[in-house]
Design a protein around this ligand. Sequence first.
Ligand code: DX5
Ligand code: ZN
Length: 221
Amino acid sequence: RQPFWIAPSILSADFARLGQDVSAVLAAGADVVHFDVMDNHYVPNLTFGPMVCQALRQYGIQAPVDVHLMVENVDSLVPAFAEAGASMISFHPEASQHIDRTLQLIRQHGCQAGLVFNPATPLSYLDYVLDKVDMVLLMSVNPGFGGQSFIPSTLKKLEQVRALIDQSGLAIRLEVDGGVKVDNIAEIAAAGADTFVAGSAIFGQPDYQAVIAQMRAELAK
Ligand code: DX5
Ligand code: ZN
């Protein structure tokens, strides 16, 4: 199991002062920046692209940037995000024409590669590419919006992916995204996750340090 990472989703940050808000959440103890890219096509919402990632790097953000692509035409964005300073790039397999090629493309550009599964997307997409994946991201809400409730069937799916990863012996992160909060993070960790995206649960609180400390205390239980 990889060390636990808390990954605030900047979808819930203050876009008018994004650099300061991301700095604040990292200073408060977050491990990585989760960067939700939406195209109003694959998901019914529109966010930000590589220029915003590059601007955060230029502002001085040094933590890993975990880019979650909720877009179609995945391949055309991979080089741009790599150049903009992305550390990990994850995509939804249904949105890529050639999943194996896209995974290779991400690694060729020096980033870690992840596959993302919606709540009803089968895990069989992993069957032939587990060795080309650095991260598996399970959506615990339907993608597109922050602030939704955790879908409980994700717990069983997490257990299934945890078993696959452990059997493989590969160093693959297991990330969960959607509805993660202080009061369910321990249960989610027990099901096998090591990387926890949280947007509204962190940015919706006045004291980021307090909520991240509460999450870590739950993870230590
Ligand atoms: C949903 C995004 C999530 C979302 C999580 O499409 O991928 O990262 O922002 O937000 P919360 O933690 O508020 O459910
Ligand atoms: Zn996300």
